[in-house]
Ligand binder design. Structure first.
Ligand code: PLP
Length: 427
């Protein structure tokens, strides 16, 4: 009998529709990117068939000789890329990476201090709807109302008051750089560990365009699919390995290293078998990121973001903090009399994808929001440059100002579709 006779036209038809959507539209969601054909090929490979619980050379399954080499390559390449001494490439996602770090460093009920979700932080940094806010006791720091910037001296004061075991920095919607040195001082003062979640700007950090977190933060996590332009996934890194501060020992009585605690917190702590096909795709993406082409790419990502911000400001849009140091920006639409929800729904009709986003001190719910978040990672991969950014902002503005005019929105969509024909995406 043919055990695999079923031919799925339904799913592959949907995949083709999604391919067309990605091809026709302007992708401005800050957390998205387009991976290369070789990243997709690695992820769609036979490695999906393999179980490999454990780490390279120390597996609980036979037949891991090849995937050991794949995973070791991913580890070696990412260590070189970020200049770090240790990495675990197995977390299935950014949330999984953060879960593993918290499992390794905290006991249930311990205090954590993170960046407020409504100011640009991430769910996994202590939100009450997430494991991080349910298992641990969160407190938050935010941005200043007048400047839209984090005041790092105030974070120190909050740390002194709250005395967390773990301080988390990093964000999903903060367009400025981080003062990791000040945060480390705050952590040292209260005996906390410092975690940097660099999910968003990790590609820019890898190429030295932003402050280096590894010199100051005990542990660093990232997703692999945003500016890093790899497959969806997560990653944990240590600039330098160190003895765990909790006095945990090996059966031989030696103090366990942080890296060994983190390895154990990924597997068996929070995950089962690693996704070796995804790890292979990570290895490919890290290989790409080690090259000069990627350096030019992230520089263009930053330049495009700045050009976008300038064009928005030129049309009277209110960007939180007034601009950007990285690949994204958060726009408060209240001065334009629009909500984030209306903007997202309007722009999608023009084949422009962005996401609605809370802005600091928002008076609307997370389902409505007062803002939108915009990023340059995907459009830069697509080949658009600084001179194209003003046109994008004009198309967005025309759509938003005509949100109730279906004819105008259709005209914008046609302009977007025609324009992007000059930038083919998939082979
Ligand atoms: N951390 C930050 C700062 C993020 O922005 C995100 C994703 O948006 C994550 C963690 C979670 O990543 P994932 O969606 O892969 O779980």
């Amino acid at each position: 009998p043919d055990f695999t006779a079923f031919r799925d036209t339904v799913v592959f038809d949907l995949i083709n529709q999604e391919k067309a959507r990605q091809t026709h539209g302007l992708e401005l969601i800050a957390s998205e990117n387009y991976v290369s054909e070789q990243v997709m090929a690695a992820q769609g490979s036979v490695l999906t068939n393999k179980y490999a619980e454990g780490l390279p050379g120390k597996r609980y399954y036979g037949g891991c000789e090849i995937v050991d080499q794949v995973e070791q390559l991913a580890i070696d390449r990412v260590k070189e890329l970020f200049g770090v001494s240790w990495a675990n490439v197995q977390p299935h996602s950014g949330a999984q990476a953060n879960a593993a770090v918290m499992l390794a460093c905290l006991q249930p009920g311990d205090k954590i201090l993170g960046f407020d979700l409504s100011h640009g932080g991430h769910l996994t940094h202590g939100s009450p709807v997430n494991f991080s806010g349910k298992l641990y006791q969160p407190s938050f720091y935010g941005v200043e109302k007048e400047t839209g910037l984090i005041d790092f001296q105030k974070v120190k004061e909050t740390a002194r008051r709250e005395r967390p075991k773990l301080i988390i920095c990093g964000a999903s919607a903060y367009s400025r750089d981080w003062d990791y040195a000040a945060l480390r001082e705050a952590a040292d003062e209260v005996g906390a560990l410092l975690l940097a979640d660099i999910s968003h700007p990790s590609g820019l950090i890898a190429k030295g365009l932003l402050n280096n977190p590894f010199q100051h933060c005990h542990i660093v996590t990232t997703t692999t699919h945003k500016t890093l332009r790899g497959p969806r996934g997560g990653l944990i890194m240590l600039g330098q390995d160190f003895e765990n501060p909790f006095g945990l020992k090996t059966p031989k009585g030696e103090i366990r290293t942080m890296s060994s605690l983190l390895d154990g917190a990924v597997f068996p702590g929070t995950q089962g078998g690693p996704l070796e096909h995804v790890i292979a795709a990570k290895a490919v993406a890290f290989g790409e990121a080690l090259g000069e082409g990627y350096t030019a790419y992230v520089k263009q990502v930053a330049a495009n973001a700045q050009a976008l911000a300038k064009a928005f400001v030129g049309l009277g849009y209110d960007i939180i903090s007034g601009g950007t140091d990285n690949h994204l920006m958060l726009i408060d639409l209240r001065s334009k009399g629009l909500t984030g929800k209306l903007a997202e729904n309007t722009l999608v009709k023009a084949d422009i994808t962005i996401n609605k986003n809370m802005v600091p001190f928002d008076d609307k719910s997370p389902f409505v929001t007062s803002g939108i978040r915009i990023g340059s990672a995907a459009i830069t991969t697509r080949g658009l440059g600084e001179s194209d950014m003003a046109r994008i902002v004009e198309l967005i503005d025309e759509s938003l100002m005509n949100h109730d005019n279906e004819t105008r929105l259709t005209q914008v969509r046609q302009q977007v579709n025609t324009w992007l024909q000059d930038y083919p995406l998939f082979a």
